[in-house]
Design a binder for this molecule. Structure first.
Ligand SMILES: [Zn+2]
Length: 192
């Protein structure tokens, strides 16, 4: 096949030299309710790749992005014991869940990913919607069958922070401490 970025022949959808050149993760930090949110890319840098989210191609691209960011982070992550990670919206409404792909790549010495633990009872699509609309239509998260008291929270994109804010609140109401959040891309005003 051809690399999507440089069109040279490649075994993967993005060749290794383009991954090296364009997908080096950075650390972008935000804070929600005293919980640190770390993102690895600016949204605008990987916008085109993220637009494939609900296609077969998106499956491959999310795996490539997750390998370059979440997997590297997990390898470096030091903690005195093993902690769990859970993802927002990891129920697949297409053939796969993009946040489950990200979460899966955290599996490492100190992180054990868990799946289908945080269910959104309201699945309204936030894409392109205003902050007011998002506030009026909360996700109504529900925690399912959990037996941990601290956790790493995963989402794919942080925009207004409303979704993470609600998820963090749900965790706290259930006596669970969010250690920090990880998102693939930060889409705040400057990074759009
Ligand atoms: Zn390339």
């Amino acid at each position: 096949m051809k690399c999507m970025m440089c069109e040279s022949l490649s075994l993967t959808h993005i060749c290794s030299s383009c991954q090296e050149k364009f997908l080096q993760p950075q650390i972008y930090k935000r804070n929600i309710q005293n919980t640190q949110v770390i993102s690895f890319y600016k949204y605008k840098e990987i916008k085109k790749l993220l637009h494939t989210k609900h296609t077969d191609l998106g499956y491959h691209l999310f795996n490539i992005l997750a390998k370059n960011s979440f997997q590297r982070f997990a390898k470096e992550f030091q903690y005195p014991y093993k902690v769990n990670s859970i993802a927002i919206d990891d129920k697949s409404n297409y053939a796969y869940s993009h946040t489950a792909i990200l979460n899966k790549h955290l599996k490492s010495k100190n992180i054990e990913p868990l799946f289908n633990k945080l269910r959104a009872n309201n699945t309204v699509n936030y894409s392109g919607k205003s902050k007011a609309f998002r506030l009026q239509n909360p996700r109504n998260f529900q925690l399912l069958d959990v037996n941990f008291n601290e956790v790493i929270l995963i989402d794919d994109i942080i925009t207004t922070g409303i979704t993470l804010n609600e998820a963090i609140l749900t965790l706290k109401q259930n006596g669970i401490k969010p250690l920090f959040c990880l998102t693939l891309a930060d889409s705040s005003e400057a990074n759009k």
